[in-house]
Design a protein around this ligand. Sequence first.
Ligand SMILES: *Cc1c(COP(=O)(O)O)cnc(C)c1O
Length: 233
Amino acid sequence: MRIKDNLNAVTLNIHKACKKVNRDPKEITLIAVSKTKPNEAILEAYDEGIIDFGENKVQELKDKINEINKSDPAIHWHFIGHLQRNKVKYIIEKVDLIHSVDSVRLAKKINEEAKKHKVYCDVLIQVNIAKEESKYGFEEENTLQVIKEIATLEHIKIKGLMTIAPYTDNPEDNRENFRKMKDLYVDIKSKNIDNVNMEILSMGMTNDYEVAIEEGATMVRVGTGIFGKRKYV
Ligand SMILES: *Cc1c(COP(=O)(O)O)cnc(C)c1O
């Protein structure tokens, strides 16, 4: 019941944010970030029509997919956390999109594993837009060059950009960061690089997804706002 109410509220907020800037809500994919939450919570959201779920730990994702896909294979899994190269092989065939390519070495590893499994892997390039010490991702200034390099890898499809903006209680604090991401996204799109399709801009979390949408996000990643606070042990 609570997840249902939360989802209704988030969906309404997405519609309001779209209306404010004249966007079609169909342009926005809501990713329910289910990390630390049990399978029952995922299935509850699924029953409410959510098909995109985000996880940030390889083992947790593997376990959840093993359990949940038995009952329903229609879920799109998004990997949104820092990915270690030695773990790529565990998720390569299971995820729909890796949001968090944060080094060329990781991209090369993804390419190698994708080739081995005869698949193509959709990825986003993670940008550390606010230059936070604690965050992964490329610097804005290096992103174009890095994308040109990763675009040469045959089994990787670059679909767009992702950022984890600084944590804040005031979403307006991140408006400038989201705007910079949109500018970078448009700039890279305009270069028409082979094997690069800029169609996804993944930004905005529970505290700031409305502002992210106003500034051009096409995917928002909402955890707490749907499933409630996380308990870490
Ligand atoms: C946990 C997480 C989220 C969701 O955060 P909330 O504030 O709970 O909405 C979004 N993106 C990434 C990369 C995360 O790790």
